[in-house]
Write a protein that binds this ligand. Structure first.
Ligand code: KG4
Ligand code: ZN
Length: 352
C-alpha cells in the first residue's frame, strides 16, 4: 500500500504547529509557540495567540515542508484542528488550511484536537490494535476513552467534573509563585522533592464516590488543599520545601489518573492503552502508568514528549488514519467548533 502524505495544522491554543506524516511515519513536526507572550498574564490571551498564529503560520509551514523534504504538490490531503479550542485561534489554522486546499486542489479533513492527541500514539512502528483505552490529559480536558476505531468510534468513559489535570498543574504552579504554564516547571521541581512529604487528597476515590463517579475525576479539591496547606505554613511563618509540595501534589495527580484508568481498562476488558495530551509529558505519570499497566497485563503506548504537547504531527496522524480508512473529506463549508466533543472525530462534508 502507498502511504498517504498528510500535512497537519494545529492552532487551537498557543502553539502554531505544522506536521507531515506518511501513513504512521513521522516526517516533520515543527512548532512555534507564543507562550512567552502570555507568561505576564498568567494564562493564554486569545487575541495575542490568534495574532501570533497569523505571523507564525507561513514560516512554520515552510520549515515543516523543508524538514520533510516535500513540496505541496506531493501532499495527498491536509488535516486541520477545527475544535475544541480558542475560537479566534482556531479560525487562523482553519482559514490557512482552507486556503491551502483551494490553492493546491488537495482535500481537507477538519479534525478534533482531542482525538488528534490520542492519534499521536499511532506515529509508531507498531500498529495500534482496537479496541484500546486512552487516557487524555491536557490543559482543558481529562478523559478516559474507549476507542473502537479512531476514525469513527470514540466513546467517553469518564471525565473531570471540574479542573483538568493540566489546569490543576497551572493553578498550583501559580500559587507557588512559578511561571505559567506550570506543568513542566512543577515536574522538574518534583524530581528533587519528597512525594511522601504531604498526603494530599485523591479526589473521587472513596467507596461512595466510586459508585457514582467510577471513572470521573475531580482536581479542584486537590488544588484547594495545596492552597490551604501553603497558606497555613505562611500564616504560621513556617518554612517549607517547595519541591516537596510539588512532588506530593504530582503524586496525588498521577496516583488518581493511573488508578482510575487501569480500573477502567480492567472492567471494560481493554488490554491496550494510549496516553495523550500535554500532561502526558509528565515524567511521574509516564512511569507510574507504565508500572501499573505492566502489573495489570495492559500494553501501554506513550508518545515521545514532543508529540504530547500541542503539535501539527498529531493532527496529520489523525488525518492519515481517516485517509487510510477511506473516510469522506470535510470540504470547505465547515466552521471551527470551540466546544467540539471528543466523540466527534472529524467533520465529514454534508454534516456541517
Ligand atoms: O495538550 P496541551 O499542550 O494543550 C491543551 O490542549 O490544553 O496541554 C497543555 C497542558 C498545560 O496545562 C501544561 O501545564 C501541561 O499540559 N503540561 C504538563 C507537562 N508539560 C505540559 N503537565 C505536567 N507535567 C508536564 N511535564
Ligand atoms: Zn492539546
Amino acid at each position: 500500500m502507498n502511504f498517504p502524505l498528510i500535512v497537519g495544522i494545529e492552532s487551537s491554543c498557543d502553539e502554531t504547529g505544522v506536521g507531515v506524516v506518511s501513513g504512521s511515519k513521522l516526517l516533520a513536526n515543527v512548532v512555534s509557540s507564543s507562550i512567552a507572550q502570555h507568561v505576564p498574564f498568567g494564562g493564554v490571551v486569545p487575541e495575542i495567540a490568534a495574532r501570533a498564529h497569523v505571523e507564525a503560520f507561513v514560516p512554520t509551514l515552510q520549515k515543516a515542508l523543508e524538514v520533510a523534504g516535500i513540496t505541496l504538490e506531493q501532499v495527498d490531503a491536509f488535516a486541520v484542528t477545527t475544535g475544541p479550542g480558542l475560537a479566534s485561534a482556531l479560525v487562523v489554522g482553519v482559514s490557512a488550511a482552507k486556503a491551502l486546499s483551494v490553492a493546491t486542489g488537495k482535500p481537507l479533513y477538519a479534525v478534533n484536537h482531542l482525538v488528534a492527541h490520542v492519534a499521536a500514539g499511532f506515529l509508531d512502528d507498531l500498529p495500534v490494535p482496537f479496541p484500546t483505552a486512552a487516557l487524555l490529559v491536557s490543559g482543558g480536558h481529562t478523559e478516559i476513552l474507549r476507542v473502537d476505531n479512531i476514525a469513527d468510534d470514540v466513546q467517553l468513559l469518564g471525565a473531570t467534573l471540574d479542573d483538568a489535570a493540566g489546569e490543576a498543574y497551572d493553578k498550583v504552579a501559580r500559587l507557588l509563585g512559578l511561571d505559567y504554564p506550570g506543568g513542566a516547571v512543577l515536574d522538574d521541581l518534583a524530581k528533587v522533592g519528597d512525594p511522601k512529604a504531604i498526603v494530599f487528597p485523591r479526589g473521587l476515590t472513596s467507596q461512595k464516590d466510586l459508585v457514582k463517579n467510577r471513572y470521573n475525576f475531580s482536581f479542584s479539591g486537590l488544588k484547594t488543599s495545596v492552597a490551604r496547606w501553603v497558606e497555613q505554613k505562611q500564616l504560621r511563618g513556617e518554612d517549607f520545601v517547595v519541591a516537596d509540595v510539588a512532588a506530593s501534589f504530582q503524586e496525588a495527580v498521577a496516583d488518581v489518573l493511573t488508578k482510575k484508568t487501569i480500573l477502567a481498562c480492567k472492567e471494560q476488558g481493554l488490554q491496550h492503552l494510549l496516553l495523550g495530551g500535554g500532561v502526558a509529558a509528565n515524567s511521574r505519570l509516564r512511569d507510574l502508568l507504565q508500572q501499573r499497566a505492566t502489573q495489570a497485563g495492559i500494553v501501554l503506548r506513550v508518545p515521545k514528549v514532543s508529540l504530547c504537547t500541542d503539535n501539527g504531527a498529531m493532527v496529520a496522524a489523525l488525518g492519515a488514519q481517516l485517509f487510510m480508512q477511506g473516510c469522506s473529506f470535510s470540504g470547505l463549508g465547515f466552521s471551527p467548533d470551540s466546544g467540539m466533543s471528543v466523540s466527534e472525530v472529524y467533520l465529514p462534508a454534508g454534516l456541517v
